[in-house]
Design a protein around this ligand. Structure first.
Ligand code: ADP
Ligand code: MG
Length: 493
């Protein structure tokens, strides 16, 4: 079991039998570039197509085929670099990374090695306890994806699907700056939010458009970095957290037993929640990188970069600050709302000309709760932002009470109908007509003379009367009017 407790930097340590350890994590995130065409060919990239239906002669590495760089993918990488507050290199080089694999017909991957398109940057990562840490970015480079070997379609044969061959990836390499699985989790979430805001990667981990190689080492606080192990191709946040926890514990146990960590590449087994050796350092590949002779170095002007920078959307950090400033929201509320671009845009429509805190509550409590239960995303919410805003207006102009509004909300979620129409059809309009309320009050008072006597002694008992009147009016009476009329008639303050 790990116990977390703060030390001087306020970041977590994990307890071992012989004292505290610090986990050190660095991530290499592969993010598929949002682009209709591949990095060096015009083939389409849509997910889920028939196997081998999106493969050009270049992607299949037919002899004599030449790659042609896709300018849009370059632009997307620059945009992402800007979003990571990173150095953009106007000169970069594509190298061949040589290895053999059946799903890699070229016999090499075109990648970037010594001269990546994006250099150092940083990402501010917000943690659940309200603090934040800055995680350094080492580099971002462009490379091609490989195809996919399919082993489960036939008892004795394997197949290769080259649809993914040549699709543009950005490899985003962090510095070893994370100190817990929670920080790694928050970092990937933030990265995903940034690329989604930018529209440079859809961040869809289930479809493999974002996956991470997870480097983990442990050390005594203040000691030099320990030997790391790299866990390959982790494709969900939950698995990443499990892999880090397991791997750190494994390394701590070895070190506390007087052993040493072998630098190696490991695989995470999702069934057992453990990691196992894939290859050790001795078996590590020598990729024999060299500049790809089919491609010139990639050069563009700073003016072009500046032009791209001008077109960037508002990113999560800036939006969070604006939500706090303009709407007076708490840091926590603002962080929840900007975590996804879709949510922030939904919220802004609901909040327009309305109380922002009220709008925030409806979105983050009621709507999120209902979406969660239904297993839906905000993008397929049965209630539109405009409809939710209309519902809040109905409360504000006293057409319905807050309590009835919850019922209307549920019906909206079921039917996608407009709140006004639901209120009309179901006769849910609040009764503000004092005559109607008065007659309900009179009936209750007449039928409960014992309670009327008691309420003079115990004014708190008025709550009971309010409840009765609300029940008698099907929850539609205006609660303020009910209170006021009751007080007058019962003679309590
Ligand atoms: P490689 O290309 O061989 O994987 P890199 O030097 O590019 O090696 O490092 C890859 C990742 O490993 C980076 O994200 C880096 O932050 C991380 N890393 C480097 N040293 C450590 C360490 N001691 N513990 C944890 N992560 C590390
Ligand atoms: Mg690596």
């Amino acid at each position: 079991m790990s116990t977390k407790h703060p030390h001087e930097s306020g970041r977590s340590l994990i307890a071992g039998a012989t004292g505290d350890w610090e986990i050190v994590i660095g991530l290499e995130v592969h993010a598929q570039v949002t682009s209709d065409a591949k990095l060096f060919s015009g083939s389409p990239t849509a997910f889920g197509a028939e196997p081998n239906s999106q493969v050009s002669l270049v992607d299949a590495a037919m002899p004599g085929m030449l790659p042609v760089i896709n300018q849009y993918c370059v632009e997307q990488a620059v945009r992402t670099g800007l979003g990571l507050n990173a150095q953009i290199n106007t000169y970069s080089v594509f190298d061949r990374k040589n290895y053999f694999y059946p799903d890699l017909p070229q016999g090499y991957q075109i990648s970037q090695f010594k001269h990546p398109i994006v250099g150092e940057g940083e990402v501010i990562v917000d943690l659940d306890d309200g603090t934040s840490v800055t995680i350094g970015i080492e580099r971002l480079h462009l490379e091609q994806d490989a195809g996919k070997s399919v082993h489960d379609m036939h008892p004795s044969q394997s197949f290769v699907d080259l649809n993914r061959s040549g699709v543009a990836l950005m490899e985003i390499v962090s510095k070893p700056d994370m100190r817990s699985s929670a920080e790694a989790d928050a970092y990937v979430r933030k990265l995903r939010a940034i690329v989604r805001y930018l529209g440079t990667c859809d961040g869809n981990m289930e479809q493999g458009s974002m996956r991470a190689d997870v480097n983990v080492s442990v050390r005594r606080p203040g000691a030099p970095l320990g030997t790391r192990c790299e866990i390959k191709n982790v494709n969900s946040l939950r698995f990443m957290v499990q892999a880090i926890e397991y791997e750190a514990r494994r390394q701590i146990d070895i070190l506390e037993d007087g052993g040493e960590i072998d630098q190696e590449t490991r695989l995470f087994d999702t069934k057992s929640g453990t990691t196992r050796t894939m290859r050790s350092k001795e078996e590590a590949h020598d990729y024999r990188y060299f500049p790809d002779p089919d491609l010139l170095p990639l050069e563009f002007t700073q003016d072009w970069v500046d032009e791209i920078a001008k077109g960037l959307p508002e990113l999560p950090d800036a939006k969070k600050q604006r939500f706090m400033r303009e709407f007076g929201l708490s840091q926590y509320d603002a962080e929840v709302l900007v975590a996804e671009r879709d949510i922030s845009e939904f919220f802004e429509i609901v909040a327009e000309n309305r109380d922002a805190k009220v709008a925030c509550n409806w979105v983050t409590s009621d709507l999120f709760g209902a979406l969660n239960k239904a297993g839906k995303d905000i993008s397929d919410s049965p209630i539109s932002a405009k409809q939710l805003g209309d519902l809040i207006d109905l409360i504000n102009d006293q057409t319905i009470s807050g309590r009835i509004a919850k019922q209307v909300f549920d019906i909206m979620f079921e039917s996608s109908a407009d709140p006004g129409q639901i209120v009309e059809e179901k006769g849910l309009k609040q009764v503000t007509d004092t005559a109607a309320i008065e007659s309900a009050v009179d009936e209750i008072i007449n039928a409960n003379s014992d309670k009327v006597a008691q309420v003079k002694e115990k004014p708190k008992m008025i709550g009971w009367f309010v409840g009765q009147v609300m029940q008698a009016t099907g929850g539609k009476a205006n609660p303020q009017a009910v209170n006021q009329i009751l007080k007058e008639k019962l003679g309590v303050e």
